[in-house]
Design a binder for this molecule. Structure first.
Ligand code: F6P
Length: 552
């Protein structure tokens, strides 16, 4: 077995040492680390590509960090990273290279898949996208009746949806192209609600699917086609559709012209595809120049990940913190809390990126693993504070929080008080999680507020915050295209780092296949063409109830 396919060495001495350090850390907490080390922020923070990562508010101390680096070395992290960048087929179950980094590269970076350079093809598609986007934006490419395209509807799901949705929202201040809409769910409500208010004459659909077989996307695409044909006729279809896929023959069969079809490659995983032609709706919204800045931000992180020493390497540090929390401290979830309303879909985007990549039950050798990626969830702050933060502060589970926030907003000086408040809230939450409030402090506060001693004794325990709850903060100047690109790339590489420490393949997703297979078998049973005989009793009961409700 080559280094790049080897398991994480669970018997490495660093693991034993880390397990005992985790026990010590659970007892010692985080506050005392600050009390004993005034230089803790400098020692446990790092910056690259405009992103500052502060991981000082975790229970990691110098010794723990040193052992985590030892473990990373024992897992051949650098060698595995180099194998990815050099185009080796590290996705061993699908026998594919993993080269999304080539999509944001410069030709001189020289990426190769199976030994063949990929830059020329990548640049060719990028140029074709830019030409198409420019012409749609300036009206040279118009609807069948010559009308300006005012609305673009992307039809895709998973990696063919979440990235463009998230990034289009994130970069709203740069949005000067047609309005963008996204239909992903096979629930007809999604398409119906999106089409309401749209005019077929000025609407362009992009059918985005790596495989061009995904049932949700194909069903929605067929509905969109009928909508165009019903009002503009069959001949108008060509002017109102474009496609993004690796399966060019299937796109052709659907009837979308070659000059409106933008390809990508097997070596781009769906959840890593925002940088490819899957980013077309984003490019239509913000323009090719901003899209290039978005790619450049990601490339900056790639260069850093490739060359920075482990000790200063942002994705490595973020991955080690994640691994520490999940595998050593046994925290089952992590919360992603952007104090940035425009990153409202970033947690959902990371859910696919992280959980579809690292939610695995077997290691690279096919043997069961004890632990893999955590549950990832989140919502923007400050909204989350008024919803689920109660549990994060006082609940019985420890949930590491990942805050992210910009020092500056796009909004003008007349709204500067908003950003000040947002930043203050973000800092306050991580401080409160770390410091907490003792029983004595809670009691004293009540007494100071004029409550009786009896009352203070009774209420004080409810106002105790244990503190010592971990969080990290990622700070950037402004959420611009470059910064967003860097932020996404940071998390992509973090997922990679954690996968190497868990010893799993982050680039397949067999877990979503079974449900897909069963769904297609169940369609004729739902429609009543086939009987539910042979299915489990619950499925039979539910099918019978559906039929009776439909016939009522
Ligand atoms: O949900 C499984 C999955 O295969 C994802 O990995 C992918 O992003 C999504 O479906 C959509 O696939 P496609 O782009 O092929 O339609």
């Amino acid at each position: 077995m080559s280094t790049t396919q080897s398991q994480a060495p669970t018997d490495d001495p660093s693991q034993t040492s880390l397990a005992s350090l985790a026990q010590t850390a659970s007892k010692r907490g985080i506050r005392s680390l600050f009390a004993h080390d005034p230089g803790r922020f400098e020692a446990f923070s790092a910056s690259a590509a405009g992103l500052l990562l502060d991981y000082s508010k975790t229970a990691i101390d110098a010794q723990t960090l040193a052992r985590l680096f030892d473990f990373a070395r024992a897992c051949s992290l650098s060698e595995k990273r180099d194998a990815m960048f050099s185009g080796e087929r590290i996705n061993i179950t699908e026998n594919r290279s993993v080269l999304h980094v080539a999509l944001r590269a410069e030709p001189a970076d020289g990426y190769r898949a199976d030994g063949a350079p990929v830059s020329a093809e990548v640049m060719e598609v990028l140029t074709a996208m830019a030409n198409f986007a420019t012409k749609v934006r300036n009206g040279e490419i118009a609807g069948s009746g010559g009308d300006l395209i005012t609305d673009v509807v992307n039809i895709g799901i998973g990696g063919s949806d979440l990235g463009p949705v998230m990034a289009t929202l994130a970069l709203a201040p740069y949005h000067d192209g047609p309005r963008t809409h996204f239909v992903s769910n096979v629930d007809g409500a999604h398409m119906a609600d999106t089409l309401k208010g749209l005019d077929p004459k000025t609407t362009l659909f992009i059918v985005a699917s790596k495989t061009f077989t995904t049932i949700e996307t194909m069903t929605n695409a067929a509905t969109a086609r009928r909508w165009i044909v019903a009002s503009l006729g069959e001949a108008a279809v060509g002017d109102h559709f474009a496609a993004v896929s690796t399966a060019l023959d299937k796109v052709d069969a659907f009837g979308i012209a070659k000059e409106r079809t933008f390809g990508f490659w097997e070596w781009v995983g769906g959840r890593y595809s925002i940088w490819s032609a899957i980013g077309l709706p984003l490019m239509l919204a913000i323009g090719p120049e901003n899209f290039r800045a978005f790619l450049a931000g990601a490339r900056e992180v790639d260069q850093h990940f490739k060359s920075a020493p482990l000790e200063e390497n942002l994705p490595v540090l973020l991955g080690l913190v994640g691994y520490w929390h999940r595998a050593l401290m046994h925290y089952p979830t992590r919360a992603i809390i952007p104090y940035d309303q425009r990153l409202s879909r970033f947690p959902a985007y990371l859910q696919q990126l992280d959980m579809e990549s690292n939610g695995k039950g077997v290691g690279l050798d096919g043997e069961p693993v004890d632990i893999s990626g955590p549950v990832v969830w989140g919502e923007p702050g400050t909204n989350g504070q008024h919803a689920f933060f109660q549990l994060i502060h006082q609940g019985t589970d420890v949930i590491p929080v990942e805050f992210m926030v910009g020092a500056n907003a796009h909004e003008g000086a007349d709204m500067s008080d908003h950003q000040d408040l947002l930043l203050a809230n973000c800092l306050a939450q991580s401080e409160a999680l770390m410091k907490g409030r003792s029983l004595e402090e809670a009691r004293q506060q009540l007494l100071d507020a004029g409550r009786s001693a009896d009352d203070a004794d009774r209420v004080a325990p409810h106002r105790v915050f244990t503190g010592d709850r971990p969080s990290i903060t990622i700070l950037y100047s402004t959420l611009d295209p470059r910064t967003l690109g860097a932020l996404i790339a940071l998390y992509e590489h973090r997922v990679f780092v954690e996968a190497q420490l868990f010893g799993i393949n982050a680039f397949d997703q067999w877990g979503v296949e079974l449900g897909k297979e069963l769904a297609s078998n169940l369609v004729p049973i739902v429609t009543g063409e086939d009987a539910a005989t042979g299915r489990d009793a619950s499925t039979q009961g539910l099918v019978a109830a559906i039929h009776s409700m439909r016939n009522a």
